[in-house]
Design a protein around this ligand. Structure first.
Ligand code: ADP
Ligand code: 5GP
Length: 249
Protein backbone atom coordinates (compact mmCIF):
# COMPACT_ATOMS: atom_id res chain seq x y z
CA UNK A 1 0.00 0.00 0.00
CA UNK A 2 1.67 3.21 -1.11
CA UNK A 3 -0.54 6.20 -0.31
CA UNK A 4 -2.13 6.59 -3.75
CA UNK A 5 -4.41 9.59 -4.26
CA UNK A 6 -7.58 8.77 -6.19
CA UNK A 7 -9.44 11.80 -7.51
CA UNK A 8 -13.07 11.36 -8.51
CA UNK A 9 -14.95 14.12 -10.30
CA UNK A 10 -18.38 14.16 -11.89
CA UNK A 11 -21.16 16.54 -12.74
CA UNK A 12 -23.49 16.86 -9.75
CA UNK A 13 -26.18 14.15 -9.89
CA UNK A 14 -24.14 11.58 -11.86
CA UNK A 15 -24.04 9.23 -8.88
CA UNK A 16 -20.62 10.03 -7.49
CA UNK A 17 -21.65 9.94 -3.81
CA UNK A 18 -23.53 6.67 -4.33
CA UNK A 19 -20.48 5.10 -5.99
CA UNK A 20 -17.85 6.44 -3.59
CA UNK A 21 -19.88 5.42 -0.52
CA UNK A 22 -20.07 1.88 -1.85
CA UNK A 23 -16.39 1.87 -2.83
CA UNK A 24 -15.38 2.89 0.70
CA UNK A 25 -17.48 0.08 2.09
CA UNK A 26 -15.97 -2.67 -0.06
CA UNK A 27 -12.32 -1.63 -0.55
CA UNK A 28 -10.02 -1.91 2.47
CA UNK A 29 -7.36 0.68 3.34
CA UNK A 30 -9.00 3.41 1.31
CA UNK A 31 -9.72 6.56 3.28
CA UNK A 32 -12.10 9.27 2.23
CA UNK A 33 -11.17 12.91 2.56
CA UNK A 34 -14.03 14.86 4.13
CA UNK A 35 -14.02 18.27 2.51
CA UNK A 36 -14.68 21.61 4.15
CA UNK A 37 -17.45 23.68 2.62
CA UNK A 38 -19.30 26.94 3.17
CA UNK A 39 -22.53 25.56 1.69
CA UNK A 40 -25.36 24.67 4.11
CA UNK A 41 -26.08 20.99 4.85
CA UNK A 42 -28.55 19.29 2.49
CA UNK A 43 -31.17 16.74 3.54
CA UNK A 44 -29.80 14.57 6.35
CA UNK A 45 -26.14 15.61 5.92
CA UNK A 46 -24.11 15.97 9.11
CA UNK A 47 -20.98 18.00 9.79
CA UNK A 48 -17.97 15.66 10.02
CA UNK A 49 -19.71 12.95 7.97
CA UNK A 50 -20.38 14.22 4.42
CA UNK A 51 -18.56 17.54 4.89
CA UNK A 52 -17.31 19.88 7.58
CA UNK A 53 -19.78 22.75 7.26
CA UNK A 54 -18.02 26.00 8.18
CA UNK A 55 -18.51 29.75 7.74
CA UNK A 56 -16.83 31.79 4.99
CA UNK A 57 -14.74 33.46 7.70
CA UNK A 58 -13.43 30.12 8.97
CA UNK A 59 -12.75 29.00 5.40
CA UNK A 60 -10.83 32.21 4.75
CA UNK A 61 -8.74 31.63 7.87
CA UNK A 62 -7.87 28.10 6.68
CA UNK A 63 -6.80 29.48 3.28
CA UNK A 64 -4.58 32.06 4.97
CA UNK A 65 -2.98 29.39 7.16
CA UNK A 66 -2.31 27.21 4.09
CA UNK A 67 -4.35 24.33 5.46
CA UNK A 68 -5.74 23.30 2.06
CA UNK A 69 -4.16 20.97 -0.50
CA UNK A 70 -6.64 22.53 -2.93
CA UNK A 71 -9.79 24.60 -2.79
CA UNK A 72 -12.27 26.03 -5.27
CA UNK A 73 -15.50 27.97 -5.52
CA UNK A 74 -18.33 25.78 -6.82
CA UNK A 75 -21.96 26.97 -7.20
CA UNK A 76 -21.09 30.12 -5.20
CA UNK A 77 -19.69 28.21 -2.20
CA UNK A 78 -16.16 27.31 -1.21
CA UNK A 79 -15.02 23.70 -1.03
CA UNK A 80 -11.57 22.53 0.05
CA UNK A 81 -9.46 19.45 0.87
CA UNK A 82 -7.46 19.75 4.07
CA UNK A 83 -3.80 18.73 3.80
CA UNK A 84 -4.13 16.83 7.06
CA UNK A 85 -6.23 14.07 5.45
CA UNK A 86 -3.39 13.29 3.06
CA UNK A 87 -0.81 13.31 5.87
CA UNK A 88 -2.91 11.08 8.10
CA UNK A 89 -3.76 8.52 5.37
CA UNK A 90 -0.11 8.35 4.25
CA UNK A 91 1.04 7.82 7.85
CA UNK A 92 -1.29 4.81 8.08
CA UNK A 93 -0.10 3.51 4.69
CA UNK A 94 -3.61 3.97 3.28
CA UNK A 95 -4.79 5.36 -0.03
CA UNK A 96 -6.93 8.49 -0.12
CA UNK A 97 -10.06 9.15 -2.15
CA UNK A 98 -10.88 12.76 -3.04
CA UNK A 99 -14.34 13.67 -4.33
CA UNK A 100 -13.59 17.07 -5.80
CA UNK A 101 -14.52 19.23 -8.79
CA UNK A 102 -12.50 19.73 -11.99
CA UNK A 103 -10.73 22.87 -10.68
CA UNK A 104 -9.60 21.02 -7.53
CA UNK A 105 -8.56 17.97 -9.58
CA UNK A 106 -6.29 20.15 -11.74
CA UNK A 107 -4.68 21.64 -8.61
CA UNK A 108 -4.01 18.20 -7.10
CA UNK A 109 -2.60 16.79 -10.36
CA UNK A 110 -0.20 19.74 -10.45
CA UNK A 111 1.04 18.98 -6.93
CA UNK A 112 0.92 15.17 -7.14
CA UNK A 113 1.32 14.07 -10.77
CA UNK A 114 1.01 10.36 -9.86
CA UNK A 115 -2.53 10.91 -8.50
CA UNK A 116 -5.08 8.76 -10.37
CA UNK A 117 -8.02 10.67 -11.76
CA UNK A 118 -11.43 9.25 -12.62
CA UNK A 119 -14.26 11.14 -14.28
CA UNK A 120 -17.78 9.83 -13.86
CA UNK A 121 -20.28 10.53 -16.63
CA UNK A 122 -24.04 10.01 -16.58
CA UNK A 123 -25.34 7.88 -19.49
CA UNK A 124 -27.00 10.98 -21.02
CA UNK A 125 -28.23 14.50 -20.26
CA UNK A 126 -31.80 13.20 -19.93
CA UNK A 127 -30.77 10.61 -17.32
CA UNK A 128 -28.75 13.24 -15.41
CA UNK A 129 -31.83 15.48 -15.27
CA UNK A 130 -33.95 12.58 -13.98
CA UNK A 131 -31.39 11.82 -11.24
CA UNK A 132 -31.11 15.47 -10.18
CA UNK A 133 -34.89 15.70 -9.87
CA UNK A 134 -35.18 12.43 -7.98
CA UNK A 135 -32.47 13.45 -5.53
CA UNK A 136 -33.86 16.91 -4.86
CA UNK A 137 -37.30 15.42 -4.25
CA UNK A 138 -35.73 13.02 -1.73
CA UNK A 139 -33.83 15.91 -0.07
CA UNK A 140 -37.04 17.97 0.13
CA UNK A 141 -38.79 15.06 1.78
CA UNK A 142 -35.99 14.84 4.40
CA UNK A 143 -36.22 18.59 5.04
CA UNK A 144 -40.00 18.39 5.54
CA UNK A 145 -39.58 15.51 7.97
CA UNK A 146 -36.95 17.44 9.92
CA UNK A 147 -38.41 20.96 9.83
CA UNK A 148 -42.08 20.65 8.89
CA UNK A 149 -43.94 22.12 5.92
CA UNK A 150 -42.26 25.55 6.22
CA UNK A 151 -38.83 24.00 5.49
CA UNK A 152 -36.61 25.60 2.87
CA UNK A 153 -36.76 23.23 -0.10
CA UNK A 154 -34.15 22.31 -2.71
CA UNK A 155 -36.35 21.16 -5.55
CA UNK A 156 -36.37 24.42 -7.44
CA UNK A 157 -36.28 24.42 -11.19
CA UNK A 158 -33.58 27.09 -11.06
CA UNK A 159 -31.15 24.89 -9.11
CA UNK A 160 -31.73 21.92 -11.42
CA UNK A 161 -31.27 24.01 -14.57
CA UNK A 162 -28.11 25.62 -13.13
CA UNK A 163 -26.65 22.20 -12.29
CA UNK A 164 -27.43 20.91 -15.80
CA UNK A 165 -25.73 23.91 -17.35
CA UNK A 166 -22.69 23.49 -15.10
CA UNK A 167 -22.64 19.76 -15.93
CA UNK A 168 -22.24 20.56 -19.62
CA UNK A 169 -19.28 22.85 -18.77
CA UNK A 170 -17.68 20.30 -16.41
CA UNK A 171 -18.02 17.45 -18.90
CA UNK A 172 -15.85 19.42 -21.32
CA UNK A 173 -12.93 18.65 -18.98
CA UNK A 174 -13.18 14.86 -19.21
CA UNK A 175 -10.03 14.69 -21.35
CA UNK A 176 -7.86 15.71 -18.38
CA UNK A 177 -8.73 12.47 -16.55
CA UNK A 178 -7.02 9.07 -16.67
CA UNK A 179 -10.19 6.98 -16.49
CA UNK A 180 -13.80 7.52 -17.60
CA UNK A 181 -16.62 5.70 -15.87
CA UNK A 182 -20.12 5.85 -17.34
CA UNK A 183 -22.46 5.31 -14.41
CA UNK A 184 -25.24 3.46 -16.16
CA UNK A 185 -25.84 0.19 -14.27
CA UNK A 186 -24.84 0.76 -10.65
CA UNK A 187 -23.43 -2.73 -9.92
CA UNK A 188 -21.29 -2.67 -13.03
CA UNK A 189 -20.00 0.84 -12.23
CA UNK A 190 -19.01 -0.25 -8.73
CA UNK A 191 -17.12 -3.26 -10.14
CA UNK A 192 -15.25 -1.05 -12.59
CA UNK A 193 -14.38 1.48 -9.91
CA UNK A 194 -13.08 -1.28 -7.66
CA UNK A 195 -11.00 -2.69 -10.54
CA UNK A 196 -9.41 0.72 -11.15
CA UNK A 197 -8.36 1.02 -7.51
CA UNK A 198 -7.04 -2.55 -7.40
CA UNK A 199 -5.24 -2.21 -10.76
CA UNK A 200 -3.43 0.94 -9.62
CA UNK A 201 -2.39 -0.86 -6.44
CA UNK A 202 -1.16 -3.84 -8.48
CA UNK A 203 0.84 -1.55 -10.79
CA UNK A 204 2.68 -0.12 -7.78
CA UNK A 205 3.19 -3.42 -6.02
CA UNK A 206 5.91 -6.05 -6.35
CA UNK A 207 3.87 -9.03 -5.16
CA UNK A 208 0.56 -10.41 -6.39
CA UNK A 209 -1.54 -13.22 -7.73
CA UNK A 210 -0.82 -13.17 -11.47
CA UNK A 211 -4.03 -14.83 -12.74
CA UNK A 212 -6.38 -12.63 -10.73
CA UNK A 213 -4.23 -9.56 -11.39
CA UNK A 214 -4.60 -9.92 -15.13
CA UNK A 215 -8.41 -9.89 -14.95
CA UNK A 216 -8.37 -6.80 -12.76
CA UNK A 217 -5.87 -4.98 -14.98
CA UNK A 218 -7.92 -5.80 -18.07
CA UNK A 219 -11.13 -4.53 -16.44
CA UNK A 220 -9.41 -1.27 -15.46
CA UNK A 221 -7.85 -0.87 -18.91
CA UNK A 222 -11.30 -0.94 -20.48
CA UNK A 223 -12.09 2.24 -18.50
CA UNK A 224 -9.00 4.11 -19.69
CA UNK A 225 -10.01 7.33 -21.41
CA UNK A 226 -8.68 6.31 -24.79
CA UNK A 227 -10.77 3.10 -24.71
CA UNK A 228 -13.88 4.99 -23.68
CA UNK A 229 -13.86 7.58 -26.47
CA UNK A 230 -16.63 6.10 -28.67
CA UNK A 231 -19.05 5.91 -25.71
CA UNK A 232 -18.01 9.38 -24.51
CA UNK A 233 -18.79 10.84 -27.96
CA UNK A 234 -22.35 9.55 -27.76
CA UNK A 235 -22.82 11.06 -24.29
CA UNK A 236 -21.27 14.40 -25.30
CA UNK A 237 -23.76 14.61 -28.14
CA UNK A 238 -26.69 14.51 -25.67
CA UNK A 239 -25.18 17.61 -24.02
CA UNK A 240 -24.78 19.19 -27.48
CA UNK A 241 -20.98 18.96 -27.12
CA UNK A 242 -18.54 17.54 -29.62
CA UNK A 243 -14.99 16.28 -29.15
CA UNK A 244 -13.64 19.48 -30.75
CA UNK A 245 -15.37 21.68 -28.15
CA UNK A 246 -13.77 19.85 -25.23
CA UNK A 247 -10.63 20.76 -23.34
CA UNK A 248 -7.53 18.98 -24.60
CA UNK A 249 -4.73 17.82 -22.31
P1 ADP B 1 -23.72 12.98 -7.00
O1 ADP B 1 -22.99 12.62 -5.76
O2 ADP B 1 -22.92 12.71 -8.24
O3 ADP B 1 -24.26 14.38 -7.00
P2 ADP B 1 -25.74 11.02 -6.12
O4 ADP B 1 -24.88 9.86 -5.73
O5 ADP B 1 -26.37 11.83 -5.04
O6 ADP B 1 -24.99 11.98 -7.15
O7 ADP B 1 -26.86 10.43 -7.10
C1 ADP B 1 -27.88 11.24 -7.66
C2 ADP B 1 -29.17 10.39 -7.76
O8 ADP B 1 -29.01 9.36 -8.74
C3 ADP B 1 -29.50 9.70 -6.45
O9 ADP B 1 -30.92 9.73 -6.30
C4 ADP B 1 -28.99 8.26 -6.66
O10 ADP B 1 -29.71 7.31 -5.91
C5 ADP B 1 -29.22 8.06 -8.17
N1 ADP B 1 -28.26 7.13 -8.81
C6 ADP B 1 -26.93 7.02 -8.60
N2 ADP B 1 -26.37 6.08 -9.41
C7 ADP B 1 -27.37 5.58 -10.16
C8 ADP B 1 -27.46 4.58 -11.20
N3 ADP B 1 -26.39 3.90 -11.64
N4 ADP B 1 -28.66 4.33 -11.74
C9 ADP B 1 -29.77 5.02 -11.32
N5 ADP B 1 -29.77 5.97 -10.35
C10 ADP B 1 -28.59 6.27 -9.78
P1 5GP C 1 -22.18 19.09 -3.57
O1 5GP C 1 -22.52 20.44 -3.03
O2 5GP C 1 -23.16 18.59 -4.60
O3 5GP C 1 -21.90 18.09 -2.48
O4 5GP C 1 -20.79 19.24 -4.34
C1 5GP C 1 -20.66 20.17 -5.38
C2 5GP C 1 -19.32 20.00 -6.07
O5 5GP C 1 -18.24 20.33 -5.17
C3 5GP C 1 -19.03 18.56 -6.52
O6 5GP C 1 -18.55 18.63 -7.86
C4 5GP C 1 -17.96 18.09 -5.58
O7 5GP C 1 -17.08 17.14 -6.19
C5 5GP C 1 -17.22 19.38 -5.33
N1 5GP C 1 -16.40 19.30 -4.11
C6 5GP C 1 -16.69 18.70 -2.93
N2 5GP C 1 -15.67 18.82 -2.08
C7 5GP C 1 -14.70 19.50 -2.74
C8 5GP C 1 -13.39 19.93 -2.38
O8 5GP C 1 -12.88 19.70 -1.28
N3 5GP C 1 -12.70 20.61 -3.32
C9 5GP C 1 -13.19 20.89 -4.56
N4 5GP C 1 -12.42 21.54 -5.41
N5 5GP C 1 -14.42 20.51 -4.93
C10 5GP C 1 -15.17 19.82 -4.03
Amino acid sequence: MSGIIFIISAPSGSGKSTLTNELRRIVPNLEFSISYTTRPPRGSEQSGREYFFISREEFQRMIEEDEFLEYAEVFGNYYGTARRFLREAAARGHDLLLDIDVQGAAQVKQKASDAVSIFILPPSREELERRLRRRSEADDEEQRKLLGNGARLFNTEEIIQRRLQTAAQEIENFSRYDYILVNDRLEQSIDTLRSIVEAERIRRSTTGNKARDEDVLAAADRALRVQMMPQVQTILATFALSRSSTVTE
